[in-house]
Design a protein around this ligand. Structure first.
Ligand code: NDP
Length: 241
């Protein structure tokens, strides 16, 4: 059996592509999800990848879930913090609830997951942590003050912790996707997609989840051992950082 890789939000969208690509690369994969049982069951029957349900915003649930996966599959050596949500609103209409929901999932969730695998990775002197940020955390986006704050926060978190992990054999990196063809995109009105988003992407199309997954597989691999604290932008040239 290969190394154990845990992908949060790994049952659909970009996360499903990451889970599948890691499995194809020889990892034993555990994919988590929040509540969509139907999608998770369909994903498991299609791929054979086991799914686990908990809310990444809940620290104790993360601790219990990681313990269960460790007992069933082995210690988590690769963590992909992929679970994420949007709660878009222009700031004058943004509610405290929309703000906190984003922070709880996209930023606190990354802390909760990483903190619970950190001790084991330090003991084993090996770990790979890849967090999925966003182009909108790099450049900001109208009506996404909450989301952009979390995704920028994930980048700062990764750069800081990469310094702590370096001597312990743990790398931390960011993949920052541009607009990717997933259900998250279905919330964007067609007019905005055709008249605003697509014209702004130099390659002239949305990215595919598999294109993000391949970047993650590299950063998780032994070959990626000298890459840490970096942000890999995969956005079709929309934002060149
Ligand atoms: P989807 O909405 O398609 O899937 C989200 C996944 O995360 C689902 O598996 C969902 O579970 C899970 N999830 C959501 N909230 C929680 C939670 N609180 N606890 C545990 N799991 C949770 O998202 P995408 O595939 O589009 O996005 C994946 C990541 O990529 C996100 O971090 C997103 O911000 C980022 N991203 C996406 C872009 C895009 O264009 N799609 C662009 C840039 C970044 P369930 O199925 O149960 O709801």
């Amino acid at each position: 059996m290969g190394r154990v890789a845990l992908v949060t939000g790994g049952s659909r969208g970009i996360g499903a592509a990451i889970s599948t690509a890691l499995k194809d690369a020889g990892y034993t994969v555990a994919a988590t999800y929040a509540g969509n049982d139907e999608k998770a069951a369909a994903f498991t029957s299609e791929t054979g990848i086991k799914t686990y349900k908990w809310n990444v915003a809940d620290y104790d649930a993360c601790a219990a879930g990681i313990k269960q996966i460790t007992e069933e599959l082995g210690p988590v050596e690769v963590l992909v913090n992929n679970a994420g949500i949007t709660r878009d609103a222009p700031f004058h209409k943004m509610t405290p609830q929309q703000w906190h929901e984003c922070i709880d999932t996209n930023l606190n969730g990354v802390f909760n997951m990483t903190h619970n695998v950190w001790g084991g990775m330090r003991e084993r002197k090996f770990g790979r942590i890849v967090t999925i940020s966003s182009i909108n955390g790099q450049k900001g986006q109208f009506a996404q003050a909450n989301y952009a704050a979390t995704k920028a926060g994930d980048i700062g978190f990764t750069k800081a912790l990469a310094q702590e992990g370096a001597r312990a054999g743990i790398t931390l990196n960011i993949v920052a996707p541009g607009y990717i063809n997933t259900e998250m995109m279905s919330t964007i009105p067609e007019k905005v997609m055709n008249e605003v988003i697509l014209p702004a992407i130099p390659v002239g199309r949305l990215g595919e989840p598999s294109e993000i997954a391949r970047a993650v597989v590299f950063l998780a691999s032994d070959d990626g051992g000298f890459v840490t604290g970096s942000t890999l932008s995969a956005n079709g040239g929309q934002y060149m950082s």
